[in-house]
Design a protein around this ligand. Structure first.
Ligand SMILES: Cc1cc2nc3c(=O)[nH]c(=O)nc-3n(C[C@H](O)[C@H](O)[C@H](O)COP(=O)(O)OP(=O)(O)OC[C@H]3O[C@@H](n4cnc5c(N)ncnc54)[C@H](O)[C@@H]3O)c2cc1C
Length: 534
């Protein structure tokens, strides 16, 4: 006998959970079907070596919307987010370092350029104006581009009008900045502001993290901005740590869902979206079970959903073609390492606040540019970009006493290796290179690694269903953003099959642990159900 509910959600990633919460709170019967044995998708904490656990994939928090934290009462369900004691730490090739953080950045930058230090306040103020505007759009549904005539388009025209008014309120400098950040590269933007390498590298890293690109690739300006849209405990643009790892966020979300009566099923992979008379009517699980529903919402990336779970015959041809050309691949390799001791950086050997920071191994924009070039030719760079975080310096729940865990987020690992090579044949070789890269700046690091977990782009696809290992569910490029995410004409979470929606990071406002697509999709579904469309 098929089971029945109002809403079936495919995937229990954090956005699926957020969406489920709001729908259940509105009185709907919601079933979440998650393929893995744990909820959370890319935001999970798992033991990767006896006694050592860590955030397996996503590892640092900022973008999670304060409204969602409050609505789901995540703090009451056990979530604590702490600030890093220093935001970033960048060792330089000449044996010095740059430390970036509240009250310290100016003096630190002055070590390299007094002109750059003087320009910092103005840079933050100008960037702040643009990020405030974009931040304000995260929990909004983009105006949809429709071909339904003037009356049908009226609500979206009004929405677009409100948006234009807000943009109009920016001063001329901020309007120019917005344009530059959307169209230009992070590198060009930063070169206009600063002259010294270390500060450009710290800020420019945000333009290439999870972005298979050079900091000089046009469009990387938006990726830089995307990483500034969050906050930690009220501190705008800051990144912090969830005690217990990123899984603490999604476990708290699951509790919030349970309190609203959401039925969450684990190890329940969905095989197919059931479409009857042109409408989504439920899902069929791998085990053959049918779950019938008035509405089906997918938390999967759009490519996976439409290429694997939806019969192509029910989709308009132009939509199918656009999904086939939807670009995915963030070019990232993720490692978790168990450490017998903390690293000692040559430039700052003693333990201190810098070990709570995002430690960036990439001394200049030129270094990042070369790393991307090399990766395009050979699959990865011999001088790679690595960000390392050591969450156990802020959280004693992750490793045995005296030991530590570190997250290595390695950029420019080709989503697909050239020449038909497989990541299965290169995983350990590249993992060794990443560890050796850190060891160059902190001798003894390699010897302190007692265990490691390595997730290549291929592994991220296998474990988390992230097509081409794309951490954002699709590249953050202008023609795949806002009203065009995932496809122009369907930027409002409604897909071209009636009753089928998406709520994952392949919808506005894109990737990261934001909860925003889940929140926004739920609002649109509730609207449609109230209008009795289904
Ligand atoms: C290595 C890595 C590092 C990252 N670092 C950060 C970071 O530090 N900070 C940050 O904010 N963001 C980070 N991100 C990005 C962020 O984690 C993701 O963009 C976000 O978690 C995606 O959430 P989601 O709910 O949209 O989708 P997902 O988390 O991808 O959830 C989709 C869910 O669907 C399930 N699923 C797939 N197929 C099926 C099926 N057939 N049936 C049922 N279920 C299915 C999956 O198992 C998964 O649980 C990182 C991501 C990765 C991979």
């Amino acid at each position: 006998m098929p089971t029945a509910c109002d809403v079936a959600i495919i995937g229990g990633g954090h956005n699926g959970l957020v969406c489920a919460f709001y729908l259940a709170r509105a009185g709907l019967r919601v079933t979440v079907l998650e393929r893995r044995g744990v909820v959370g998708g890319a935001a999970v904490t798992e033991e990767f070596h006896p006694g050592f656990k860590n955030s397996t994939a996503s590892y640092t928090v900022s973008l999670l919307q304060p409204k969602i934290i409050a609505d789901l009462k995540l703090h009451e369900y056990g979530l604590t987010i702490v600030n890093r004691r220093l935001a970033n730490f960048l060792p330089t090739q000449d044996g010095r370092y740059l430390a970036v953080g509240e009250g310290r950045t100016k003096n630190e930058v002055a070590k390299f350029s007094s002109r750059d230090a003087e320009r910092l306040d103005s840079y933050h103020q100008r960037l702040g104006a643009v990020s405030d505007l974009v931040r304000g759009m995260m929990l909004e549904t983009p105006p949809n581009v429709t071909a339904s005539g003037f009356l049908g388009a009226l609500p979206d025209l009004l929405k677009a009008g409100r948006l234009a008014r807000r943009m109009g309120a920016l001063d001329l400098a901020a309007k120019r900045d917005l344009l530059a950040l959307l169209g230009r590269s992070a590198g060009d933007y930063l070169d206009d502001w600063f002259e010294s390498d270390p500060i450009k590298a710290v800020y420019g890293f945000d333009g290439i993290v999870g972005n298979y690109a050079s900091p000089y690739t046009p469009g990387s300006g938006y990726v830089l901005l995307h990483h500034l849209l969050g906050e930690v405990n009220g501190q705008r643009g800051a990144w912090g740590h969830a005690i217990g790892g990123m899984g603490a966020i999604t476990q708290a979300m699951a509790k919030a869902c349970a309190a609203q009566g959401v039925d969450i099923r684990l190890e329940a992979p969905v095989r197919e979206v059931l479409v009857e008379k042109g409408r989504a009517a439920g899902v069929v699980c791998e085990n053959g079970e049918t779950v019938r529903a008035r509405v089906v919402i997918s938390n999967l990336n759009p490519k996976l959903l439409f290429q694997k779970l939806v019969d192509p015959a029910v989709l308009p041809q132009d939509f199918r073609e656009r999904i086939n050309t939807y670009r995915m691949g963030s070019g990232t390799l993720r490692m978790n390492v168990a450490l017998s001791e903390l690293p000692r950086f040559t430039c700052l050997p003693r333990a201190g606040d810098h070990l709570t920071a995002g430690i960036i191994i990439a001394p200049s924009l030129a270094y990042m540019d070369r790393a991307f070039d090399e990766a395009r030719a050979t699959g990865w760079s011999q001088n790679p970009v690595v960000e390392m975080l050591i969450p156990s310096t802020l959280d004693d729940t992750l490793a045995p006493n005296g030991a530590h865990v570190a997250s290595l987020f390695c950029q420019h690992a080709a989503p697909v290796l050239p020449g038909g090579a497989s990541w299965d044949d290169h995983r350990d070789q590249v993992a060794d290179l990443m560890i050796a890269t850190v060891d160059r700046y902190a001798p003894g690091f390699a010897a302190s690694v007692v265990a490691r977990q390595v997730l290549t782009p291929l592994d991220l696809e296998r474990v988390f269903g992230l097509t081409c290992g794309d951490i954002m569910h699709g590249r953050l490029e202008l023609d795949q953003l806002f009203a065009a995410r995932p496809v122009l004409g369907h930027g409002d979470y409604r897909m071209p099959v009636a009753g089928l929606y998406i709520c994952g990071s392949g919808a506005h406002p894109g990737g990261g642990v934001t909860g925003a697509p889940g929140h926004n999709a739920a609002r649109e579904v509730i609207k449609d159900l109230r209008r009795r469309r289904f």
